[in-house]
Design a protein around this ligand. Sequence first.
Ligand code: ADP
Ligand code: MG
Length: 718
Amino acid sequence: MESEEDQMEEPIPAIALPVVTEPPKIHRLHESVVNRIAAGEVIQRPHSAVKELVENSLDAASTSINVVVKDGGLKLIQVSDDGHGIRDIGTLRKMQYEDLPILCERHTTSKLSRFEDLQSIKSMGFRGEALASMTYVGHVAVTTITKGQLHGYRVSYRDGVMEHEPKPCAAVKGTQIMIENLFYNMTARRKTLQNSADDYPKIVDLLSRFAIHHINVSFSCRKHGAARADVHSVATASRLDAIRAVYGVSVARNLMKIEVSDDDPSSSVFEMDGFISNSNYTSRKTTMVLFINDRLVECSALKRAIEIVYAATLPKASKPFIYMSVILPPMHVDVNVHPTKREVVDPTSSSPVATTKDSSMNASASGMKGIKSQKVPVNKMVRTDSQDPAGRLHAYLQVKPPSNYEQSSSLTSVRSSIRQRRNPKESSDLTSIEELIDDIEKNCHSVLLDIVRHCTYIGMADDVFALLQHNTQLYLANVVNLSKELMYQQVLRRFAHFNAIQLSDPAPLLELITMALKEEDLDPECNEKDELKEKIAEMNTELLKTKTEMLEEYFCIYVDSDGNLSRLPVILDQYTPDMDRLPEFLLCLGNDVDWEDEKSCLQSIAAALGNFYAMHPPLLPNPSGDGLEFYKRRKSSGSPHAEENISKDAEDHVTNDGIEHELVAEAENSWAQREWSIQHVLFPSMRLFLKPPTSLAANGTFVQVASLEKLYKIFERC
Ligand code: ADP
Ligand code: MG
């Protein structure tokens, strides 16, 4: 038998269309065709049916919801709850069936009467379409019992109507809905579903999400015939407990609570709370569970934005875990924008989601210590356009061209900021800077330029050399030299226009310079020199204090009147220098800069910054390999000098194997961070900005190790 669905899906011939002389006749589609088309939209896959059924159970105030699935949901989906049930027999006139006969008709619902109710709707369902749709694409059976009844009723449905009178049966509190043979009459869809991976993992994922949000409800989900449930949660008062039960201990122990809210009717009114993973969490896949007004929704743009923040902040390319629950005033949420209610939209006010993104960026950038509430300035608020047909959450995260009115005002501000950038305070249009930049251009080595532009980074060969491939050649390249040069060039290019790195604790120049002088000295025994060193340090500090204005204006190096350093420049985005090298840098500023001649002064400061920001190997030896000895020696034998350096605290952490594990962990972390920066910051920026000077061609920065042609020749002989 050929169903209507099959006829509908008949491919339209690409050529040889009959020449139509008259307009084709318009006719009304048969109701069953209309219903089945609509049903296909509401129930797109087995997991969308499960979502509808579970939402119905939640709407029925259930405290326990159990799901059984067979064959990815195509053979059977069964959802049982202990909710209020469905009215069956009339209370006034006995033997008059109440709601069961119309339960599965389209647009029959107990949740909405007037359109206006949609504005304040709290239930998840309201269209009265889900059950009806299921009867058009599957076989539906309902068993239900309401409070005070001695027995329940069971009835099955097909195409929106009861197949028979409700049959009395034994039943436990609540409702059980069973869908068998989903899409039995939609051959094409069934075939695609059968060919693709089955929906069961998606169903498990769905139930997991519900379980961590509705923590006062217990959920279970299992395959038909399986003894063990794949999701099993019990009602609890703690969200973290629920997350632990569903996603496991390893997730729950690496989460941080987040909370943001705003209550300003002129900008936004919302509350958001949730949990996000910290830097110890590792996963290759992002898990983002988002509820808006208790509705499980998706927002891939927000997810992507958060992923970017994590990727930019964490050296281990781990993807985050996010659970967020956003509460908005119901009248601000249009729940009716998506056929499966997968997306909702806030059509009037500003976007809490954008705020969330902003705040989470702050949180992660500031070491992820929690999210602070932050208001979005009006010019940054992103609104949906009435012409955007879907009106989806995504719209909030894409900056759209503002309206004419907004355009003129924001245009002025953009213009003025560009003007400012182009013509900064006269002083920074210094000819010496132009000359230094010209020198870089003139000095650029074209072959090396081609290599850095087009090379592929393979990995670190040792502490200093990276392995690169350029066309058929393999090179070793010294990343310390390369990064030093790149930083130097960038300081000149960003001259007087730096963003700032704010130090969490201002650093006292005097102490740091003294420290650097002592470290420089190879003979630590000699105390006599200490006095001299302190003098030198004092003089250097005083000298730098007289230069604060220019250091701040040109290089964003901010020293306050007490001689504390609190700000450093951002030379490459997403990169902060190794603070262990700060003392050395300050000493160099004091000692090595020629403050008299403008050009060489600026050049030497840029070079000092270049050296400070270069990607040197961390001061702690690399614990993988020979470096591990360092962490042993300090405890067991060790020189008296090394012994001295071990604080009481550190000694406590030395375990029986004689290794300082905490120090090893710290070292591992700095080595991993450096490697991350080399791959993700240094190489991409080099490709864009570095003009390699000719000196790099001769000083061993680049070493050609092999050419593939030659290697092939060798292999050919083998
Ligand atoms: P909607 O949820 O949009 O109202 P549905 O087709 O999903 O439409 O359900 C129709 C009606 O059936 C609901 O309004 C509700 O009154 C009733 N119903 C469905 N499932 C359950 C359930 N598990 N427990 C109690 N009532 C239910
Ligand atoms: Mg429903």
